[in-house]
Ligand binder design. Structure first.
Ligand code: 4NP
Length: 166
């Protein structure tokens, strides 16, 4: 199983959006049986909560399911449970590193590292900006590029092609 974890600060705005959008992309490529997806926050404030109203409204508008998503805190164990640790911004990366076991070789990326053509490298936080659409635009670009990389790195091209012709 390939395991992917999206991480932000509160786990109610950006990373649950990335989780839901990425799960939809993975499902549409017929890879749901091979890729497990979760999200977490480096902060504790919203543990157990459903996504923010703005994220819920946006996902509803796009017809993307978010019914199973509940906020949880990022933990040290996530370094061994997930191969792909994908942060929304540089502050998340720093906070995750602080929780990392000393022996772990770190492989945290930022979602927008996937998109060299996009100048912004941090996904803007709608908790502060109020702009869920702009965050979605970047989350969509980042998750599409991330899935392309995961397909290549795990040699899933034939699996995807077989599903397309089904
Ligand atoms: P997120 O946004 O990291 O995208 O989930 C935030 C949500 C809540 C808070 C900060 C950022 N907060 O301070 O409660």
């Amino acid at each position: 199983m390939i395991r992917v974890l999206f991480v932000c600060l509160g786990n109610i705005c950006r990373s649950p959006m990335a989780e839901a959008v990425f799960r939809e992309l993975v499902k549409n490529k017929g890879l749901a049986h091979l890729i497990e997806i979760d999200s977490a926050g480096t902060g504790k404030w919203h543990i157990g909560e459903a996504p923010h109203r703005g994220t819920q409204r946006l996902l509803r508008e796009k017809g993307i399911d978010y019914s199973t998503i509940k906020a949880r805190e990022f933990q040290e164990k996530d370094f061994s449970d997930f191969q792909y640790l994908v942060a929304m911004d540089q502050k998340n990366v720093q906070d995750m590193k602080r929780k990392s076991p000393k022996s772990t070789s770190l492989s945290i990326t930022r979602l927008l590292d996937e998109c060299p053509h996009i100048q912004e490298k941090d996904v803007p936080d709608p908790w502060y900006t109020g702009d869920f659409e702009e965050t979605y635009r970047l989350v969509k670009a980042g998750t599409e590029a991330l899935l392309d990389r995961i397909i290549k790195e795990n040699h899933l091209e034939e699996e995807v092609l077989a599903n397309e012709t089904d």
